[in-house]
Design a protein around this ligand. Structure first.
Ligand code: 7TS
Length: 414
């Protein structure tokens, strides 16, 4: 508390942008620590949505009327803004708006995977993948006869890179890795993994759902072939996700959803596809959500992504320190000074669901369960964990509120 970094990071003025944080839950002030599931939305982003519906709600790419032109320009420019946010120099052509990270993953799995994979081909993932990747590639492998393999997570919660180098071979066609684990808080060396993948002519798909909201990301520096994330975890609205793909790959892929907007010419016999990225955005797209996502990028850039990262990591380290004081708490994942902005833990003899219920009674919102990483929880030998995940508006006092509320859980269940 009171470090130069925290002094330069004005949490109180950030909190003022999020009126939901003033809510009371029962008799307590809301302490929102479920940001890895979804972040809260600042006034600026809410205003962007209401401005769209109040002033220029219209369908895009159609009609020459004024409202449609305004909506089209804002929607297209939103792709450029998102491209800039993640360092995609190809601009809008490399940015597909989807519904969420999950749909981005499925788009590549269906559009690329069904066409390219077959018996003998291998997909390499990690044991810490979110179900969005794990289930998707598992099922595509079943459809195509490909095999899935998993890079092991070691006892401290890091990826075993020697195992990665063993598993990734010339048979590997796709390496699909999570950038930051939503359960362990591990930050994976995705650019090293990209090098290994490319040495074997494999592609790499990076799941950035937990990285893009929290740290500066440059997809070209990582050398990711595909990269996915969700608007709702980075101050944006629900309903919009992003698929980045290298242009030559997106160009070579067939669309996965067919219909209006994604076509160039249609006859009764056949159709041709619209240019990138529109060939992957069939039907009326996520117009207001996409525009608001660009506003969320502006909001985060105004704070500065390095500062966003430092704040989150500092809170996670503080939470790790505080929770480590207790012998009956087991923390999942790496040490406090080496983790992203979340801490998952178990409390001896109290089920994670009971922990979250008691916390909720004290206004503290955390997630309890397997966080969509069931096989990882199985490996760790726990059926469920509680997870506190932090963002720009959280404070050390809120971590203290979490720790105090855990005392109550302990007393009730002792
Ligand atoms: N990948 C990771 C690493 C995630 O954390 C999540 C969501 C997803 C993919 C899927 O994102 P979606 O927007 O498509 O749902 N993770 C969580 C979580 O940890 N708690 O709720 C959702």
């Amino acid at each position: 508390m009171g470090t130069p970094e925290s002094a330069s990071f004005d949490v109180e003025s950030i909190r003022a942008d999020f009126p939901i944080l003033d809510r009371e839950i029962g008799d307590s002030q809301l302490v929102y620590l479920d940001n890895a599931a979804t972040s809260q939305t600042p006034e600026q982003v809410v205003d962007s949505i209401s401005d769209y519906y109040r002033r220029y709600n219209a369908n895009v790419h159609r009609g020459l009327h004024q409202l449609s032109q305004e909506a089209s320009i804002a929607y297209e420019e939103a792709h450029d803004r998102v491209a800039e946010f993640i360092g995609a120099s190809g601009g809008r052509e490399e940015i597909v708006f989807t519904k969420n990270t999950t749909e981005s993953m499925n788009t590549v799995a269906y559009a690329w995977g069904l066409a390219e994979l077959g018996p003998g081909d291998e997909i390499v993932m990690t044991e810490m993948e979110h179900h969005a990747a794990l289930v998707t590639w598992q099922q595509i492998a079943k459809k195509t006869g490909a095999t899935v393999k998993f890079i092991e997570v070691d006892d401290e919660g890091y990826l075993d890179m020697d195992h990665a180098r063993e598993l990734i071979t010339d048979d590997t066609e796709m390496v699909s890795v999570v950038h930051v684990s939503n359960t362990l808080g591990t930050q994976n060396p995705v650019s090293d993994l990209a090098d290994v993948a490319h040495d074997h002519d494999s592609l790499i798909f990076v799941d950035g759902a937990q990285s893009v909201p929290h740290q500066p990301v440059d997809v070209e520096a990582i050398d990711a072939d595909f990269f996915a994330f969700s608007g709702h975890k980075m101050c944006g609205p629900t309903g919009v996700g992003v698929l980045y793909g290298k242009r030559h790959l997106l160009d070579s892929m067939q669309p996965y959803l067919y219909g209006g907007m994604m076509i160039e010419k249609v006859t009764f016999d056949d159709s041709t596809w619209h240019e990138l990225p529109w060939k992957f955005e069939a039907g009326t797209p996520v117009i207001s959500e996409g525009i608001a996502l660009a506003e969320a990028c502006d909001y985060l850039d105004d704070i500065g992504m390095e500062r966003v990262q430092r704040h989150g990591e500092r809170l996670a380290a503080y939470a790790h320190d505080r929770l480590s004081e207790f012998e009956d708490i087991r923390i999942l994942g790496p040490a406090g000074d080496d983790r992203a902005a979340l801490v998952s833990f178990t409390l001896d003899s109290v089920h994670a669901h009971d922990v979250s219920e008691i916390l909720n009674a004290n206004g503290v919102a955390v997630r309890a369960g397997d966080h969509c990483t069931q096989p990882l929880h199985d490996k760790l030998g726990v059926s469920a964990s509680a997870r506190a995940s932090f963002y720009i508006y959280n404070t050390e006092a809120e971590v203290d509120a979490l720790v105090d509320a855990l005392d109550e859980a302990r007393e009730l269940f002792a």
